[in-house]
Design a binder for this molecule. Structure first.
Ligand code: PLP
Length: 361
C-alpha cells in the first residue's frame, strides 16, 4: 500500500501515525475488549481520553487558565450561528470583517438574530488583500468583532492579530489553528471545525474567555448554550466520542513532533516552496493574493486556461497528488498544506508543477 500526498482542503489528510494507532486500537482499546467508540462517554475510559485531549490541546496552544475549552458536535458553521445567540443581545450590533467566503457565511448565520455591521470588506478588491486596519469602521457598542483568521477558499490570512480595543475579538481559526504559535489571550473567542488541521469532521473546538460565558445573549435552548456545555465539560449530551478520540491522537502527534513552533517552521517551508514555484513560473501559474497576507495553509493558483487546469487535476492525481482542484467559488487549483502534509509532499507538488509546465508551457 502507498499513501498519496493529499492536498484536500477538508476533510483533509491525517497523520499516518494517527491512522495506524486508530487502526491498531479499533477492535480493542487499551485491553478493555471493546473499541473506544463502543464505550459510554461517562465511563472512566472515555473520560480519560477526553481529559487527556483537553490537557494536550491546552498545552499545544498554550491556552490560559481563564479560558474554557469546549469540544462540540457539529462544524464551524454551527458555531458561527451560536456566536450571536450566546454573546449578543437581540438586535445588538456585531462587527464583521469580511476577507473571503467564510466571512460571508459567518454573517449569513447570525443575520436572523443580530444587527450585522460589515466594518471592512475585501470583496471589492476580489479578496486579494485584507483591508487595512486604519479603514475599519468598528461600532463602539458592538458585542464582538469577528474575523476569519485564514480564508480557506480565497487563500488570505491575517499574519498579525488586529487590535480592536475593548470589544472582544472572535476568530474563525478552522483552517489555521495550531499551524503556528498563537496568543490566545488576544482573543475573546476562537473556534475551529476540526477537519482541516485538528482531526476528523464532526467536531469543533472552541476556546472562550470564561467571563464571556456570563453574557445573557438571547433566548436559546440549553443545547445551544455554551455556558451549559462548559459547566458539563462538553458532556451535556453524548459528545462525538470517536471524533474527540481521533482529535486527541492528532493533538498528541503534534506535541510529539515538536509542537506549534515546529509546525510553523514546516508550514513556512512548504508555503515558500509552492509560492516559489508559482512566482518563478514566469506567469504560467498565478496567485493574485498580496504577498503579505498570502495563506500558508491554502494556496489557490491558476493556469492560463480551463483545458490545462483539467489536465493538471487528472495528471497530478495519477501522479499520487490528490485533491488539487480549486473550490468551485473561485475555480482553478488549490493546494492545502495543513500540518499533516509533510514538506516532502510540497516538494513533490513543486516537482510536478515544474514538470507539467515544461510539457505544457
Ligand atoms: C471549512 C470551514 C468552515 C466550515 O466548516 P463546516 O465544518 O463545514 O461547518 C468555516 N470556516 C472556515 C475558515 C473553514 O475553513
Amino acid at each position: 500500500m502507498t499513501r498519496a500526498y493529499n492536498f484536500s482542503a477538508g476533510p483533509a489528510t491525517l497523520p499516518e501515525t494517527v491512522l495506524r494507532q486508530a487502526q491498531a486500537e479499533m477492535l480493542d482499546w487499551n485491553g478493555v475488549g471493546a473499541s473506544i467508540v463502543e464505550l459510554s462517554h461517562r465511563g472512566a475510559e472515555f473520560m480519560g481520553v477526553a481529559a487527556q485531549a483537553e490537557a494536550d490541546l491546552r498545552k499545544l496552544l498554550s491556552v490560559p487558565d481563564d479560558y474554557a475549552v469546549l469540544f462540540l458536535a457539529g462544524g464551524a458553521t454551527t458555531q458561527q450561528a451560536l456566536l450571536a445567540l450566546n454573546f449578543a443581545a437581540p438586535g445588538q450590533v456585531v462587527d464583521y470583517i469580511v476577507t473571503g467566503h467564510w466571512g460571508k457565511t459567518a454573517i449569513k448565520q447570525v443575520k436572523p438574530y443580530v444587527d450585522v455591521h460589515v466594518a471592512a470588506d475585501g470583496e471589492p478588491g476580489g479578496f486579494h488583500d485584507i483591508p487595512s486596519r486604519a479603514g475599519w469602521t468598528l461600532s463602539p457598542g458592538a458585542a464582538y468583532v469577528h474575523i476569519t483568521a485564514n480564508e480557506t477558499i480565497h487563500g488570505v490570512e491575517f499574519r498579525d492579530t488586529p487590535d480592536v480595543g475593548d470589544v472582544p475579538l472572535f476568530a474563525d481559526f478552522s483552517s489555521s489553528i495550531a499551524s503556528e504559535p498563537l496568543d490566545v489571550s488576544k482573543y475573546g473567542l476562537i473556534y475551529a471545525g476540526a477537519q482541516k488541521n485538528l482531526g476528523p469532521v464532526g467536531i469543533s473546538v472552541l476556546l472562550v474567555r470564561r467571563e464571556l460565558l456570563e453574557r445573557a445573549g438571547q433566548p436559546r435552548a440549553d443545547i445551544f448554550n455554551y455556558a451549559s456545555h462548559a459547566a458539563r465539560d462538553s458532556m451535556l449530551n453524548t459528545p462525538p466520542t470517536w471524533n474527540w478520540y481521533l482529535l486527541g491522537l492528532v493533538v498528541k502527534w503534534m506535541l510529539d513532533e515538536g509542537g506549534v513552533e515546529e509546525f510553523a517552521r514546516r508550514n513556512a517551508a512548504k508555503a515558500e516552496l509552492v509560492y516559489g514555484a508559482i512566482d518563478g513560473s514566469g506567469g504560467f501559474y498565478r496567485n493574485q493574493v498580496v504577498p503579505a497576507v498570502r495563506s500558508r495553509m491554502n494556496i489557490p493558483f491558476f493556469l492560463p486556461d480551463e483545458a490545462l487546469t483539467s489536465r493538471f487535476v487528472s495528471e497530478s492525481k495519477a501522479a499520487g497528488l490528490l485533491a488539487l482542484k480549486g473550490h468551485k467559488a473561485v475555480g482553478g487549483l488549490r493546494a492545502s498544506l495543513y500540518n499533516a502534509v509533510p514538506v516532502a509532499g510540497a516538494q513533490a507538488l513543486v516537482d510536478f508543477m515544474r514538470d507539467f509546465q515544461q510539457r505544457n508551457g
